[in-house]
Design a protein around this ligand. Structure first.
Ligand code: FO1
Length: 332
């Protein structure tokens, strides 16, 4: 291919953000469209928070806190600290002034802006593009849907006595308040009753290749795939869909993906990832630590590339980007 290809990437948070940054070493950011999971979105203190969109925006703007992997670097927490005063007067059952979700003073500006624009009637797609521009990004960031699509997690009520009768809690309660340390019984994806945006469908259909980022296949990529039409579009163009396994040596770089693989009946490694993606994707990139799994991955009907997928180093990032494009047969 002589001109630079256009790539659409299905994204969760941290792993996807790092992959987008890596991909931009090989093609211009303006040729990269990210379709981002909004199943993690939540409303707290009346503010609309879109964690995966925030993580991607801050990472690509080089403003992310590198240790936490979320929120802004050099952040202060005075608002959150001040909220603690109200914990002692909060009536039972009230969620007012809760402090378990870490909202930094500067990060709050993003949620203020997003919430105010949504209240003015703007779509999440428009607001996301405005926020990306404000951070100086040339990448095209799209929420997967403009509709509410909250992922709910069903847990044992002994693990969360505050959960609804059937054990249902919000994704952020599971992920942040419980530090994803309690067993998941079931996931309920709000995305299955939402509509993908027209922009997301166009980006999936017209891109030279689609990449599934190294994100959790159940709670990050799962909601995007659960939207109407998405899996059919991917299946139809399967030969130009490439995935990067989020599991290295049977473990996730971050988050509960490995535990969830076992919970939902999959092998907790890249072979399990291949089983999940085989109908919509023809090629899986796996880490060098998993070289011995390549043959088993190929038995699922996918081809493989084995390379270092632990991003963060300039050479590793550039190599992964180049191999991803080569796997889709569209090296720039
Ligand atoms: N993750 C945490 O583990 N603890 C937090 O307190 C937290 C706050 C937070 C605030 C804004 C934001 O955009 C993201 C935040 N995250 C936090 C990250 C996030 O909730 C999760 O990493 C994702 O939802 C999982 O992809």
């Amino acid at each position: 291919m002589t001109t630079s290809p256009h790539i659409t990437v299905l994204c969760g948070g941290v792993g996807a953000a790092r992959f987008l940054r890596a991909l931009s070493t090989a093609i211009p950011p303006s040729h990269i469209t990210a379709i981002v999971n909004t199943g993690d979105d939540t409303v707290l203190h009346g503010l609309h928070i879109s964690p995966d969109l925030d993580t991607i925006t801050y990472t690509l703007a080089n403003a992310i806190d590198p240790d936490r992997g979320w929120g802004l670097i050099d952040e202060s927490w005075r608002t959150l600290e001040a909220l603690h005063r109200y914990g002692q007067v909060r009536p039972a059952g009230s969620r007012a002034g809760s402090t378990w979700f870490g909202l930094g003073d500067q990060d709050l500006a993003t949620h203020f802006y997003r919430t105010a624009r949504l209240q003015e009637g703007a779509s999440l797609t428009d607001v996301t593009s405005e926020i990306a521009s404000a951070w100086g990004l040339d990448f095209r960031l799209l929420p997967m849907t403009n509709d509410p699509a909250p992922t709910k997690v069903v847990v044992d009520t002994n693990d969360d006595p505050g959960a609804a009768g059937d054990g249902q809690i919000s994704f952020q309660e599971y992920f942040v308040r419980h530090r994803h340390s309690i067993p998941v019984r079931e996931l309920r994806l709000g995305a299955s009753s939402a509509q993908p945006t027209r922009e997301a469908i166009d980006a999936l259909t017209t891109a030279d290749a689609v990449v599934i980022a190294p994100s959790n296949p159940f709670v990050s990529i799962g909601p995007i795939r659960a939207l109407p039409h998405v899996d059919q579009i991917l299946a139809k163009r399967r030969t130009t869909v490439v995935a990067i396994s989020p599991l290295v040596g049977g473990d996730a770089v971050k988050g509960p993906a490995a535990d969830m693989m076992a919970t939902f009946g999959f092998q907790s490694d890249s072979v399990g990832i291949a089983e999940i993606y085989r109908d919509v994707c023809s090629h899986l990139i796996i880490d060098s630590k998993d070289t011995s799994l390549a043959a088993e991955v190929e038995l699922t009907g996918m081809t493989t590339t084995v390379t270092n997928t632990m991003m963060g180093d300039t050479q590793v990032d550039a190599n992964l980007a180049r191999l991803t494009l080569a796997a889709a047969d569209i090296a720039s």
